[in-house]
Design a protein around this ligand. Structure first.
Ligand code: SF4
Length: 314
């Protein structure tokens, strides 16, 4: 689950979404995972069947989509989160699993109607692929009645060879077009990017950050690459075909990216969180506190501040 902890320190050298939400909602916020049962064209045969090499059959979801209506999921998670963090906790719905605009616009419209009826929703984040959007779907999203809405779009890398290698099924131009169209409609877009993808160099990573900087992107999520069970990446890694970054290397990726990133971009995550039981490698990807602390220490020691090394691109 994606968290913005009420206990996390506010003084960060980057534009953290937790700070934004504290100011916006007047207190701490937590994401509520919601699974609307969407699929993905990169898995269901519409585009391909194998999926991205790092993706398993859960598609980063809770798996509740086929078993529980959205209202039931919302009630279940809201009660648990508020029992733990307090009744004043702001709740932000999060449709993470698979591609949440895949399929006909009418289906998206029906899901959005269900979501709009959920009680006490402070915000909504909805993740999808850039090739699962058109003008009609973007208009539906832009009209969603909530105080804070984020459209999350996967890019992972701007390098065409990497996108082919990870079997992404779309190119960087598709991502750029979707970002521009969504931003023109008034949507805030969060870009997902991955550091340490097979075959990538530091120059590739820097180029991806610069590519994002040059687009009307309002937010970013940094993900470390990890091999999950039952994925092509796990097979490649175990066969010695896909070495994965060390923890210190990943912390360096994050530090350099933050230093290059436009100061106005809201940082939603600094690393991925493997689901329970799915991690194959590297082991450090499952040690959340150690990972968090290592990144924080690298930022502190280097005096990193978001945007301090920004490279202008036209
Ligand atoms: S686009 Fe997302 S859900 Fe689809 S295969 Fe890739 S990672 Fe999985």
């Amino acid at each position: 689950m994606d968290h913005v902890s009420p206990c996390e320190a506010e003084a960060r050298p980057y534009n953290a979404v937790s700070s934004r939400w504290r100011a916006l909602f007047g207190g701490a916020a937590r994401k509520v995972p919601l699974d609307a049962g969407f699929g993905c064209p990169n898995r269901d045969g519409a585009l391909a069947t194998g999926g991205c090499i790092f993706c398993n059959a859960r598609g980063s979801g809770t798996g509740l989509g086929s078993r529980m209506p959205l209202a039931g999921q919302w009630a279940y998670w809201s009660q648990r989160l508020r029992a733990r963090w307090g009744q004043e906790l702001a709740l932000v719905g999060y449709l993470q699993a698979f591609s949440n605009t895949h399929g006909p616009a009418a289906r998206l419209a029906a899901v959005l109607r269900e979501l709009a009826a959920l009680p006490d929703m402070a915000g909504l984040c909805l993740a999808t692929r850039p090739d699962c959007l058109d003008a009609e779907k973007i208009a539906l999203l832009a009209a969603f009645p909530v105080k804070e809405f984020w459209l999350e779009l996967g890019l992972q890398s701007s390098n065409p060879a990497t996108l082919a290698r990870i079997r992404r099924g779309h190119d960087a131009a598709c991502f750029a077009q979707a970002v521009r169209t969504a931003a023109d409609a008034g949507l805030k877009v969060t870009a997902h990017v991955m550091a340490g993808l097979p075959g990538e160099t530091r120059a590739d990573w820097d180029a991806t950050v610069d590519f994002v900087n040059a687009l009307p992107v309002a937010g970013v999520k940094f993900h470390n690459v990890y091999a999950a069970k039952d994925t092509e990446l796990a097979r490649m890694h175990l066969a010695g075909e896909a070495p994965l970054p060390e923890l210190e290397e990943y912390a360096d990726f994050v530090a350099c990216a933050l230093a290059r990133l436009r100061p106005d971009v809201v940082v939603h995550r600094l690393h991925a969180d493997p689901a329970h039981g799915e991690l194959v490698a590297p082991a450090w990807a499952g040690a959340r506190r150690r990972l968090h602390n290592t990144i924080a220490e690298v930022l502190r020691v280097r005096g990193v501040r978001q945007g301090m090394n920004r490279t202008e691109r036209t």
